[in-house]
Design a protein around this ligand. Structure first.
Ligand code: UD1
Length: 369
């Protein structure tokens, strides 16, 4: 059984790492299973891509489609064309896509049109905000998925409501958390820790890259100024996504407590989150990591596709108005942030469950034209 694993953008890499490890383990246990790793090239910088492969020990991709930057349609089209050629040269028995980035949707479409079965890892999550490209990607991908692997009961319910039969839904947990748990004893202190005299619990980590927060320079400036006004003695560590960099540089803002860095490696970033007082973010994945690490998390968005991080975790949706940071940071500083627990099935074994399902019961039948 040949499985194609698709990875394209930064949040995909930590999700495929345990899946590849589980395939290798199944093969070494004597199961007939092999894989091809296909990197679409949506993210291509050392900072956004290569260092995740190095740090997580992910094997080099078998194929790199090298699509690079572009508009949503340009990237989608280039990935579809590239992956279609790969399939036509040699058909896999199954294509595994993860998450909700453009590469996820584009490869699912190419596979399905060539009658290759599609498995979606992190299926069924919905923000309800159709203006996000990720929400379009989730809806399209799930409309053509054969095997739905889910991270939460909310995702199961969304899929059932959309008419997906229960026997195609597999509640397995969260592969991103598999990677988190597998690397907790390998975390690395970033080089700037000593340089800036960092101390555990004396800083906040901030990440922003959603268009609603970063594409308007004045809005971005207002967020940063508000955070700095409320931070007191705390430092703010802000690894800057390439999308955010241009506008941030134009604001010309600086403050000795504000530490701007390049996008960090996985091991350094998780080290920073684990030791932070809190996280301010507009990412989805980071709300999951903060929840598992028990670190207070403020999400600058109006919706989340991961409600479990708010209901049982440490995350709170505060919206995109910079003023909303005021009561949230005050609550944090007064020691009144909620505690939170770890969501059901987030136990580090999701990838094992996914691959076990394929080598034991599912065995996708190859479809030939
Ligand atoms: C993508 C994902 C988003 C994910 C984010 C994490 C989609 C629709 N969005 O958004 O879900 O949270 O990745 O990073 O797939 N760039 C570089 N170097 C790179 C990659 C990108 O400089 O290696 C630049 C691009 O030229 C572009 C900007 O960053 O100007 C945005 O990149 P893009 O991949 O289009 O989307 P992201 O905003 O990163």
């Amino acid at each position: 059984m040949l499985l194609d694993i698709i990875a394209g953008a930064r949040p995909n890499f930590m999700k495929i790492s345990p899946i590849i490890a589980a395939i290798r383990k199944a093969a070494s246990d004597g199961h007939d299973v092999s894989y091809r790793l296909i990197h679409t090239g949506q993210h291509y910088d050392k900072n956004m891509s290569d260092q995740f492969f190095e740090q997580l020990g992910i094997p080099l991709p078998d194929i790199n489609l090298g699509v690079g930057s572009g508009t949503q349609a340009e990237q989608t089209a280039a990935i579809m064309i590239g992956y279609e050629k790969v399939i036509m040269e040699r058909r896999p028995d199954l294509t595994i896509v993860v998450g909700d980035v453009t590469s996820t949707m584009a490869c699912a479409i190419s596979a399905k049109k060539l009658h290759v079965k599609v498995a979606h890892v992190e299926a069924g999550i919905r923000s309800g905000d159709i203006t996000m490209p990720e929400e379009v990607n989730r809806l399209v991908t799930d409309s053509i998925t054969d095997y739905f692997f889910t991270t939460s009961s909310y995702a199961n319910e969304n899929l059932e409501r959309a008419g997906v039969q229960q026997e195609r839904i597999f509640f397995v947990g969260n592969t991103m958390i598999d990677t988190l748990m597998a690397n907790l004893d390998r975390l690395r202190k970033p080089a700037f820790w000593d340089q800036y005299g960092m101390e555990s619990g004396k800083y906040l980590v901030m990440t922003l890259h959603r268009p609603s927060n970063v594409d308007d320079k004045d809005n971005l400036l207002s967020i940063i100024q508000t955070v700095m006004e409320l931070a007191g003695e705390h430092k703010i560590v802000f690894p800057v996504h390439p999308r955010t960099r241009k506008n941030l540089d134009q604001t010309g803002f600086s403050d000795e407590r504000l530490i701007l860095t390049e996008p960090m490696g996985y091991l350094e970033f998780i080290y920073m989150v684990k030791n932070a007082k809190a996280v301010i973010t507009d990412s989805g994945g980071i709300t999951e990591e903060a929840t598992v690490l028990g670190i207070p998390c403020m999400t600058m968005r109006n919706s989340t596709e991961r409600p479990e991080t708010c209901v049982v975790g440490t995350n709170e949706l505060i919206g995109t108005d910079p003023k909303a940071l005021i009561p949230a940071i005050e609550k944090l500083m007064s020691g009144n942030w909620k505690k939170g627990t770890i969501p059901e099935m987030w136990d580090g074994k999701a990838a094992e469950r996914i691959i076990n399902a394929f080598v034991t019961t599912l065995k996708p039948e190859p479809v030939y034209d």
